[in-house]
Design a protein around this ligand. Sequence first.
Ligand SMILES: [Zn+2]
Length: 643
Amino acid sequence: MAGIPEDIVERVKAEANIVDVISDYVRLRRAGKNWQGLCPFHDDKKPSFNVEPVKGIFKCFACGKGGNVFTFLMELNGWTFPETVRSLAQSLGIEIPDDPRERQQYGENERLAAAVADAVRYFASTLRSDAGLTAQAYFRKRGINDDTVARFGLGYSVDDWTGLLQKLTASGYTPEELERAGLVIRREGRSGCYDRFRGRVMFPIYTATGRAVGFGARRMTEDPDQPKYINSPETPIYQKSRVLYGLFQAKDAIRRRGLALMVEGYVDVISLHQAGVETAIATSGTAMTTEHAELISRYCSRVVLVFDSDQAGQNATERGIDVLLRRGLDVAVLRLPDGEDPDTFIRKYGAKEFDARVERSMSFLEFRAGLMKRAGDFEAPERLAGAIRSIVSTIALIPDALKRELYIQKISSDYHIPEGLLLQELKRAVGGAENRRRRELLPRPPQPVPPPPGQTGPEEAIAPPPEVEAPASALPAPLKLDQIPSAEAGLLGVLLQGDPQMLEHVFARIDPEDFAHPVTRELVGLILSHYVNQRSFSVDELVMEEMAPELRDLVTLLAISRESISVRWERIDPDIAGPNPWKSARDCLIRIVRDRLEREFRRLQERTREFDARQEDEHENEVLATIRDLALRIEDLRKASVA
Ligand SMILES: [Zn+2]
């Protein structure tokens, strides 16, 4: 085998545990003496993929793919055999004798990975040398000890334009290769390259399998002219959307605990690990992606997002939650006390307190609802509908129907919203979410082989399916309450409480035509027909009915705000609402009938002008009769005693 002695290949084969290796790609569950999971080679719905550790082989019963630990990595990653052996050797800590001349025979990606690995060694040795004294002091000041430095491969890049360039070209790499590996930058308008990282502490970024693919580099001074972090660019071996910082070091703990902690920065990851919280990981230089979520789901089913108090509620947080939920992960949020980040918190309070807080972390639902509550979205009825819709649309992202319904029940009871309404909204939202999910889960080549330089990538190969229009929402577009006469809204609020005596009392005194607003008129008609047919009526029945969108708007608005409805109307119009529903009803009735009287009176005046020159009009008499009738009804209402 080119470049790798046969005895090393044998040793790697003997020491590599196929279950461990495959677990970096597939979440495996024990089944007797074997292990099972979803096959990564086809779109697997039930676990067809089997791993037999005793024989050291894997086999898919559905698509027929099978082989040993080497063929698994080669097929899935598109690696060559030497590349596979080297990658395994690296994660097993088996040293492969290094001869720069043999690197000529490496594949392109292997050479880039070897260059990054050499850079890791170079930065680490620089840190230990006299040139690294300030960096050593920096790590000491941040409380990062030598074990942690070694575990995370931390290093230092001297403040020199060509230190790394000279070192690695002397080892046989071309400047073009180093440029493709993201280690050096080509000078603009001139020939030659210079080091990308200078005078910074270096955080190597590893894949889950322990291959170094890039760097995060932090400045050590508070120089505002320098960016705090510089990161490697995307390269053929480093795709930011597919790599999580710290996962290589965290994966065993994550698997054991069944949960991963997402923090913000490299230093947070490192100091949590050092304190014994070894489940911490972070994204590197990008927001959370679908690929990140997929990667996490190979190791655990639960993610706790850890945020500084001032970060919570930012868009990145929100997006992260959605991406993780869509992948079927349980998501919780841990907000740290004001002014603390994971690094400062763990120093002050220790791992035990941190773990305790992780245990008590709130579900994404409580987190979202809390943000909305603070923003006052549950106060204003016209914003409540939007808030509910937003929460339901998040729940719709969860692939598991049973889990979705449990969350719906929780909101229904926490916020006194009819479950039927939420389920309807969920049905609509799930339609949209399904479409999105289908688009995202389209079969993709697993770990696409990066294109040779000069060619375009494979991304354009997949055309998204056409947008499918989502069914109409069960929840209204914000409806303006002030468009509805306050007495009409107030009376509806009373009616919607569903007290049969009240319904009888009101419908003995009023008709739907008395209402001025066409939507309230229609809704009262609907309530009346329920009442007439069943002698009872409830909002929960009403929300299940087919009705015009504007009518549904109003029902929803009233349904979701009925708990404190009289309080709200009071704010709108103090005259018509009070703690006593019978008094409110009477006041509203009087106002409604009086308003109708005024409308009829205006109509009479219109007619009188219109028919000025003519003789007596039949209609005029009719209107006059109506007015007389209305006046009598107001009298009656005034006299009616308040129960
Ligand atoms: Zn398969």
